[in-house]
Write a protein that binds this ligand. Structure first.
Ligand code: BGC
Length: 371
């Protein structure tokens, strides 16, 4: 554990024992917990987020800051421009040199932080990988995320059920869109969805007319809406999809930003809410939920970022107090240096039938947000 953190913990413990031994002669209320609080209160937590251009990371950053401050921590929250790797590297280096006690990092490129994190390791600064796994670094202590494989299988199952693949004759046309190749989550999102869909492709009930079925072919750099839109415009043209052309039954999209690009391309090609294919997404971003309500997008995975922040703050708290953080997965996430003990939050899916209950009744959004 980091020396400064240790010193703070010891100071807290000493304050505790002094109070206990000396009794309270002044008549003031006991500061038995004050010593411990001082230790937590003076701990500084560095939070590094990839971009401010996607709604979800803004929410993650805000939730983390609010919850950590409410627990008494000082927070250094940084966004790396718009997914700028050198910026993220230098922000993390600054967090290390400016004396952060714990780092919470959502990496842009899961493999680009090894060098920067050597500094964390040298200074005994625990690192929590947030949402995305940081690869090939033995500085990573814990991983807090959603069950990413389940995200993928839920998207695949949604398509399977919407097209009734087990009963309908088919064949159905599907296209596949996933995210950034340098984001380890893509392996789980795409892998989980394909574990459900591949058997139907193999038996010919699902057909990928573009022929683009490999993860690398379906990837979208930086999860960019514009890139996804461009690729999909090309697919529409080359296959001849259209409301009056080749029928497109479903598009697997790993998240909302890519899904939005696909929807833009389809709308521009003349599709409307009446003839849109089944389209998946993830994050329940506001524009996407509006499209769900309008019948343009079929579903999105809801990952309540308040839950992830809550789980991460509990991890930070346990680390600072020198206790064991709660872990519920010790098998799935190997970052190349070994398995990283993980806490996985549970994702659910939202569609037009349940979005009100999930998103509005829970206080995640207001009615006005989605109007
Ligand atoms: C996150 C998704 C997000 C995507 C793009 C992934 O690592 O898990 O929730 O949509 O990055 O930012």
């Amino acid at each position: 554990m980091k020396k400064r953190l240790l010193a703070m913990l010891m100071a807290g413990a000493m304050a505790l024992s002094v109070t206990a031994c000396g009794g309270n002669t002044s008549g003031e209320t006991s500061d038995a917990s004050g010593g411990e609080q001082a230790a937590e209160g003076s701990a500084k937590i560095g939070v590094s987020m990839p971009t401010q251009s996607l709604q979800r990371w803004n929410q993650d950053g805000t939730n983390m800051k609010e919850q950590l401050e409410a627990a008494g921590y000082t927070v250094d929250l940084q966004y790396a421009g718009d997914n700028d790797i050198p910026t993220q590297v230098s922000q993390i280096e600054n967090m290390i040199s400016s004396g952060c006690d714990v780092l919470v990092i959502a990496a842009i490129d899961g493999s680009a932080l090894s060098e920067a994190l050597k500094g964390a390791k040298d200074n005994d600064i625990p690192v929590i990988s947030y949402d995305r796994l940081i690869m090939n670094s033995d500085a990573v202590s814990y991983y807090a995320t959603f069950d990413n494989y389940k995200v993928g299988t839920m998207q695949g199952e949604y398509i399977r059920d919407a097209l009734d693949l087990d009963n309908a004759a088919g064949p159905f046309n599907i296209e596949l869109v996933t995210g950034a190749p340098d984001d380890n989550n893509v392996n789980f999102f795409f892998g989980g969805a394909m574990d459900v869909l591949q058997p139907y492709i193999d038996e010919g009930k699902l057909v990928v007319q573009s022929g683009q079925t490999e993860k690398a072919q379906c990837a979208t750099a930086n999860w960019s809406t514009e890139e996804a839109q461009k690729r999909f415009e090309n697919i529409i043209t080359s296959v001849g999809y259209g409301p009056n052309g080749v029928k497109l039954d479903a598009v697997l999209c790993s998240n909302d930003s890519t899904s939005y690009g696909v929807q833009n391309a389809l709308l521009a090609a003349g599709y409307t809410a009446d003839n849109m294919p089944v389209i998946t997404g993830q994050d329940c971003d506001k524009p996407n939920v509006k499209n769900i309500i309008a019948g343009i997008q079929s579903m999105s995975i809801f990952k309540d970022t308040r839950d992830l922040a809550d789980a991460t703050v509990k991890m930070v708290d346990a680390i600072v107090k020198g206790t064991e953080p709660e872990i519920n997965d010790t098998e799935t996430y190997d970052n190349g240096t070994g398995i990283i003990p993980s806490y996985l939050c549970d994702p659910v899916f939202a569609d037009k039938d349940n979005y009100k209950e999930l998103l509005i009744d829970s206080g995640y959004y207001t009615e006005a947000d989605l109007a």
